[in-house]
Design a protein around this ligand. Sequence first.
Ligand code: AQP
Length: 350
Amino acid sequence: QPRVFSGVQPTGNLHLGNYLGAIRKFVALQDNNDCMYCVVDMHAITAQLVHDDLIGQTRSIAAAFIAAGIDAKKHIVFNQSTVPEHAELAWIFNCVARIGWMNRMTQFKDKAGKDREQASLGLYAYPSLMAADILVYRGTHVPVGDDQKQHLELARDIAMKFNLDFADKIRASGHGVDITVGDEPVHALFPMVEPLIDGPAPRVMSLRDGTKKMSKSDPSDLSRVNLLDDAETISKKIRKAKTDPDGLPSELAGLAGRPEADNLVGIFAALADRTKADVLAEFGGQQFSVFKPALVDLAVSVLSPVTEEMRRLMQDTSHIDAILKDGGERARARAAQTMAMVREVVGFLR
Ligand code: AQP
């Protein structure tokens, strides 16, 4: 059975990009897969070491998972730091990955800013921990936003290099399975990870600048719709969203070179579970003064049940804490199985 793994960092308020790019896909994948959804608190300290309320943020991401409809009994919801095997495998992966690979990661360049020498070593090694998060459960499918594509390719490279470097030892241990990568047969301990990045809004852009992704760390709150925003705030943000003076085109080609219009149409399509072409067939020729109120209504109707349930869950944290504890124990039992094999293959004496 495919094993789905994905994580969200507890680094601030969740926004529409996190919801459409990640959480909503998590919910949709539950029916036919074994899913593990993780609040990646160890990743949260890579860009900013000290947080005012990391515990509260961790609970709030878990509450968002549950409020969006993830079944924590059938699947596993947990926070990363409760399973130390993530860090153990990440260390081994730090020794597998090459510095040249890490140097190509655009997220590091974006997040490190101008003074790269002052970025933490953890931020640099972030993709290696992310590979470990997935592979410690031998995850096969990873629903993420488009911004994470490069990190997933790196996870595949790390898995492949581990499999090839330790090929003889994996074979001797009897733990691996035969897979094909391209046309190559490989006796692998780690599977090839498949990213799941589809849908009309794989990358939701800022409401203030259609060329920048919607992000928790954007200083302007008007740039994003937060999952905890009330209807009035959502309405204000969408009404103020940057657009150009033209109306909406009737065909997809008419969105070229109009990033803000493209973004709003993509958001509408994703929220309504329709294609962008379909949305343009309805709104083509209309002004934004007509389209934006329709988008507000749609966004409020989709998000408000999630927002309300999140708020309810956050009132008494014992329920969320119990879910995370139970999920952590079940995750750890799985991680322990993988690490027993990895230690044997690498040659760590127990
Ligand atoms: N704008 C986006 N569009 C689509 N998907 C997005 N994701 C994030 N932003 C967008 C997806 O949300 C998941 C969780 O993200 P994360 O919190 O682990 O990391 P991030 O990508 O760093 O998120 P942010 O909001 O941009 O936070 P900051 O500002 O702290 O960097 C991932 O699957 C991601 O693809």
